[in-house]
Design a protein around this ligand. Structure first.
Ligand SMILES: N[C@@H](CCC(=O)N[C@@H](CS)C(=O)NCC(=O)O)C(=O)O
Length: 214
């Protein structure tokens, strides 16, 4: 299996965690998102992913893109250990938590959005940070509430085993710290993060542990 990835990319980080939790071997193909204007825009990478985003997964069939679609594929092909609960309503709750991050937080402060705000809309670096922190805080506040009031309150976001929600949470918190967010208002999320990073699958997926880390 070949994963097109960038060490600091939180969407790639999600897939690395899922692969590690499933105990799957994979080769990393680093795509540097900054070097030379961004290797994601090279014709050779756009042939892999026309969206010019990482991650992408080559498992011998069609190239797969979109981190959550990739993780759901891994879940179907390699069901153990499960990353989603057995009950349909519980699964929807966990997917809902993951989607708060993957749909409502991450895309609004992704690299290309910030580059557009800066280069074309002439916003300052300070404004960019304020923008990112605003959307991160809004999403994390909702997620904190969902975790605390969830019907399976445990060590992780949902219950006592890591799920798709935790896979999205840990990279998003790392990203939040890069933008200088104050995370002290999210004790339940920090507790889930601590439980996650104690597991080698999460620890070994961390940006600083990757072969392309700078
Ligand atoms: N929804 C996509 C998001 C992928 C994405 O935004 N990747 C970022 C890195 S985390 C990227 O490649 N950014 C390059 C750019 O913005 O030019 C997914 O979950 O895979």
């Amino acid at each position: 299996m070949k994963l097109y990835t960038f060490f600091r990319s939180s969407a790639s980080y999600r897939v690395r965690i899922a692969l590690n939790l499933k105990g799957l071997d994979y080769e990393q193909v680093p795509i540097h998102l900054r070097r030379g204007g961004g290797e994601q825009f090279s014709p050779s990478y756009k042939a892999v992913n026309p969206q010019a985003l990482v991650p992408a997964l080559d498992d011998g069939g069609p190239i797969l893109t979109q981190s959550l679609a990739i993780i759901e594929y891994l879940e179907e092909r390699h069901p153990q250990p499960p990353l989603l609960p057995a009950d349909a309503a519980d699964r929807a709750l966990v997917r809902g938590m993951a989607l708060i991050i993957a749909c409502e937080i991450h895309p609004i402060q992704n690299l290309r959005v910030l580059v557009h705000l800066k280069n074309n809309l002439k916003q300052s670096d300070d404004d960019l940070n304020l923008w990112a922190r605003h959307w991160i805080d809004l999403g994390l506040s909702a997620l904190e509430h969902m975790v605390i009031s969830g019907r399976k309150r445990g060590r992780f976001c949902f219950g006592d085993t890591p799920s798709l929600a935790d896979i999205c949470l840990v990279p998003q918190l790392a990203n939040a710290r890069r933008f200088g967010c104050d995370l002290s208002g999210y004790p339940a999320l920090l507790q889930a993060e601590a439980a996650c990073v104690a597991l080698p699958a999460f620890a070994n997926a961390a940006p600083e542990k990757q072969p392309d880390a700078e």
